[in-house]
Every structure is written in structure tokens, then in C-alpha cells.
Design a protein around this ligand. Structure first.
Ligand code: NAP
Length: 254
């Protein structure tokens, strides 16, 4: 028996939402290294997105940028259409775009709630709905939702964020059951504390307290998430669906 090339994404077409910075950027770079053609979605950081695309194409791989606010239904449909029109299909969707607006519920405005739920959870519906139509026809697809330990454990000051991340987990399991018969897998990665701009916004005393909760004793790196995403996107993960993979230094164990 010939074993497939380990974790190769050669010939695959991928969209990573929110790939201009942080975890999304690391995932897009890792997917491209493994041979996928990547659509780098961004919202505001055009320069960073273009720089990443240039870096990837300079290394001989394929990447294009596409501006879209994925919390907007029509814009998300446009993103999926762009990938299909540009590369002729879509194999992998990573719903990574996300924001925080942390504050205690007594101070949380309706706008804080709506922005976080729409950007983190509704975007996952928006992009997945458009992608699934194509993947079902193709009888192949990988959807990976980047959720958080906050959606599993809860976090004070993050009722909006925790709710949005828990919503992604429920969505992952329900959609996995809907599309499994067509060889489309849907999984989530529950990230712990990862060194990005989101983490940098956490006050130093809260960072110190958080680190004490991590058995491995350190925050994670965006690449830790990118490796897990590359595995779930690969052919080697064909028999895994509806799962939530914790990449959190052991912080949440169930
Ligand atoms: P980050 O460094 O702040 O990057 C966020 C990314 O999301 C940026 O590329 C941003 O694009 C994009 N984005 C935000 N709103 C968007 C929108 N409406 N439409 C399209 N793109 C949008 O954050 P990160 O830490 O990498 O987080 C990435 C994901 O991992 C999020 O879903 C987050 O909840 C999750 N996560 C992070 C951690 C952590 O500790 N860092 C832990 C658990 C889960 P622009 O810059 O172009 O606006």
C-alpha cells in the first residue's frame, strides 16, 4: 500500500478568513507551504494582506487577497465566489476572523454584543453556507472553525465572546452531521491563549493569571494553531468530523 504524501495540501484551494494578521496569517502561510492555493481574506489590514500574498507568491506558491467584512452576508458570498472564480473551486474554508470587545455585562453595550456575535459567529454561518453549496456538489470539503477555550469554559468579561465561540462549536457539530454523507468534514480548533494582537489587549495582571491556568506553562504561538489546521485540512484527517480539537497547552481538558 502506498501512503499519501504526509499532510500535503497540493492542489487544494483554501480560503482563510481574517488572514491579514495573527492566527489566520499563520494558517494561510502554512497552507501555502503545503501546496494549497490560498485566498487571504482581510477586513481593514490591506497592506498586511498584500504583503503576505507577495511573500507566498515569491516562494512559488499561489495566493490572492480579497477584502470582505465576513459578518456581512453578501460580502461573505462574494468571498466564496471570488475563490471559485479565481481558482476554479474551493476545498477548504477556515472560519478564523474574530474580534473581542471585553467588558463586564453591566458595561456591555448592545453594540458590543452585536459586533462580536456577528463577526465571530454569524460570519461562520455566512461563509459556510456559501462554501457548502459548492462542496456538496464536489463531494469533498473541509471546514475548520477557529473557536476558543472561552467558548468551552467561559471567561469573565467575555459574555459576548464566549457566547460567540460556543455558538461556533454547536454550529460545527450540527453542520458536520448535515454534510458528512457528501464527504465534507467540519471541525473546530479551540485555541487557548495565543500570542497575537488579541492577547496583547489583555491587561498584564490578567495575562499573568491566565498563564497559571496552562499546564504547559506558556502561551501558544499562531503556528501551533496553523499546524493543527493543516492536519484537519489534510487527507490524513478524512475520518475526523464534528470534533473540537483543543490547542491550548492543556488548559481545558474534558
Ligand atoms: P487578531 O490578531 O486580532 O486578527 C484578527 C483577524 O480577523 C484580522 O486578520 C482581522 O482582519 C480579521 N477580522 C476581524 N474582523 C473581521 C471581519 N469583520 N471580516 C474579515 N476579517 C475580520 O486575532 P487572532 O488572535 O489571530 O484571532 C483569530 C481567531 O482566533 C479569532 O476567531 C479568535 O477568536 C480566535 N482565538 C484567538 C485566541 C488568542 O489567544 N489569540 C484564542 C482563542 C481563539 P483586519 O486586520 O484586516 O481587519
Amino acid at each position: 500500500m502506498t501512503l499519501p504524501a504526509s499532510l500535503s495540501l497540493a492542489g487544494r484551494i483554501a480560503i482563510v478568513t481574517g488572514a491579514s494578521r495573527g492566527i489566520g496569517q499563520a494558517i494561510a502561510r502554512e497552507f501555502a507551504k503545503r501546496g494549497a492555493a490560498v485566498v487571504i481574506n482581510y477586513h481593514n489590514s490591506a497592506e498586511a494582506a498584500e504583503k503576505l500574498a507577495e511573500e507566498i507568491t515569491a516562494s512559488g506558491e499561489q495566493a490572492k487577497t480579497f477584502q470582505a467584512d465576513v459578518s456581512d452576508y453578501e460580502a461573505a458570498q462574494g468571498l466564496i465566489k471570488f475563490a471559485i472564480d479565481t481558482y476554479g473551486g474551493l476545498d477548504i474554508l477556515v472560519n478564523n476572523a474574530g474580534i473581542t470587545r471585553d467588558t463586564l455585562i453591566m458595561m456591555m453595550s448592545e453594540a458590543d454584543w452585536d459586533a462580536v456575535l456577528n463577526t465571530n459567529a454569524k460570519s461562520t454561518f455566512n461563509c459556510s453556507k456559501a462554501a457548502v453549496r459548492h462542496m456538496l456538489r464536489k463531494r469533498y470539503g473541509r471546514i475548520i472553525n477557529i473557536t476558543s477555550v472561552s467558548g468551552q469554559m467561559g471567561n469573565p468579561g467575555q459574555t459576548n465572546y464566549s457566547a460567540s465561540k460556543a455558538a461556533q462549536i454547536g454550529f460545527t457539530k450540527a453542520l458536520a452531521r448535515e454534510v458528512a454523507s457528501r464527504n465534507v468534514t467540519v471541525n473546530a480548533i479551540a485555541a487557548g491563549y495565543i500570542d497575537t494582537d488579541i492577547w496583547a489587549k489583555v491587561p498584564p495582571e490578567a495575562q499573568e493569571a491566565a498563564l497559571k491556568l496552562i499546564p504547559l506553562g506558556r502561551k501558544g504561538n499562531p503556528l501551533d494553531i496553523a499546524y493543527a489546521a493543516a492536519f484537519l485540512a489534510s487527507d490524513q484527517a478524512a475520518y475526523i468530523t464534528g470534533q473540537v480539537l483543543g490547542v491550548d497547552g492543556g488548559m481545558a481538558m474534558f
